[in-house]
Design a protein around this ligand. Structure first.
Ligand SMILES: C[S@@+](CC[C@H](N)C(=O)[O-])C[C@H]1O[C@@H](n2cnc3c(N)ncnc32)[C@H](O)[C@@H]1O
Length: 345
């Protein structure tokens, strides 16, 4: 029997939102008109007036995942960067595919059982799991802070591109490129990640039933798009080895710049410049430095902190981008990330 994917939402479902077991379905504000409130945009008026003395440097997250610490103890060396990404991707993906309500209810049963038998170590472990699950439920599933489709649409809207070629550097599951492809139909997307697990699991298992709000080119109105309707190629490669020329209308990265210390930031920014057409757009986002994010990365350290990571504000992010030779076209912050649209100066 043929395995056909049913697309569960269409234009009849506009303005609906509901909680699926692993994520939020978000079909509110399909026309983009009321999206402004999901981004605090253009807070800096003149980038040339900023300097590092004025704004300080990003906050470095120093609590590392136990898996990384154990690996380093066993191997008597720092974990290589690529290995740290492979640990991170496997760990993070496990959380995206969780059926959160079922898992929460199972953990609560285990808690009661362990408590009734006075197994205090098990009680401690399960309590910590429950805290993490509740936090994940709130941040990802209820608030939709990680995918944040309305914030991303507010950041991505109004680009002067038609059927764009989009290159996503360090793509992981590729979410933001899919959101762009929905908004700019006819897009040709190249996702690049050097961790093969991202292609075989994070992208492959990204739900085919997840609805992206975008445009219908034949009517000019809004439309629901799905991953399997998009033109996406996945390349497993180190972004430093890519052979493309300046051939992409949009070069995108999400959560990449903050993973290298200052001495490598220019190199990362150069990767974006290298593949963008003249007049094309660079889109980047990085996690915000806010108290709730610091708490999140502290509680979720074993899930998230296998790699070097900074939290920055939009001025710091913008100054890295500006100093690397880009004009900042739009900047701002959404739920948990800063976002920048830039062009080569
Ligand atoms: C923090 S993730 C991006 C955030 C992503 N949205 C997520 O949900 O995980 C960064 C990705 O970049 C990839 N990456 C890091 N350095 C790379 C390189 N030099 N070449 C290719 N991919 C790289 C990692 O494997 C990882 O999947």
């Amino acid at each position: 029997m043929e395995n056909t994917v049913v697309f569960p939402y269409n234009e009849q479902d506009f303005n609906k939102t509901e909680l699926a077991p692993s994520y939020r379905v978000e079909l509110r504000d399909p026309t983009n008109e009321k999206l402004d409130k999901f981004i605090k945009a253009n807070v800096v008026s003149d980038w040339s007036e900023l300097n590092w003395n004025k704004i300080g440097k990003p906050y470095i997250v120093d609590k590392m995942a136990v898996d990384r610490l154990n690996w380093e103890k066993e191997n008597k060396q720092d974990m290589p960067v690529k290995t740290s990404w492979s640990y991170f991707n496997r760990s993070f993906h496990e959380w995206f595919v969780k059926d959160v309500p079922i898992e929460l209810s199972e953990k609560k049963k285990t808690f009661t059982k362990s408590l009734s038998k006075f197994k205090m170590n098990d009680v401690k472990v399960v309590l910590s799991d429950i805290v993490k699950l509740n936090l994940w439920n709130y941040v990802h599933r209820v608030q939709d802070g990680i995918w944040d489709p309305r914030g991303k649409r507010a950041l991505f809207e109004g680009l002067d591109v038609k059927k764009p070629r989009i290159l996503f550097l360090g793509a992981a599951e590729g979410y933001e490129a899919m959101q762009l492809a929905a908004m700019y139909p006819g897009a040709e997307v190249v996702l690049v990640d050097y961790d093969i697990y991202c292609k075989t699991h994070r992208f492959k298992e990204f739900p085919s039933t997840y609805p992206f709000l975008g445009d219908n080119p034949s009517t000019g109105s809004a439309k629901v798009w799905y991953k399997d309707e998009m033109n996406i190629e996945y390349e497993v490669e180190d972004i430093r080895n890519l052979k493309y020329g300046k051939e992409f209308d949009i070069v995108l990265s999400v959560g990449l710049l903050e993973h290298v210390p200052d001495e490598h930031k220019a190199e990362i920014l150069d990767m974006h410049r290298r593949f963008v057409k003249q007049g094309g757009y660079i889109i980047m986002t990085t996690p915000r430095n806010q108290i709730r994010s610091r708490i999140y990365y502290n509680i979720m350290a074993d899930v998230m902190n296998h790699t070097y990571r900074e939290l920055m504000d939009i001025r710091q992010m913008g100054l890295y981008v500006y100093e690397a030779g880009f004009d900042i076209i739009r900047h701002g912050f959404i739920k948990v990330h800063n976002g920048i649209i830039a062009q080569v100066r």
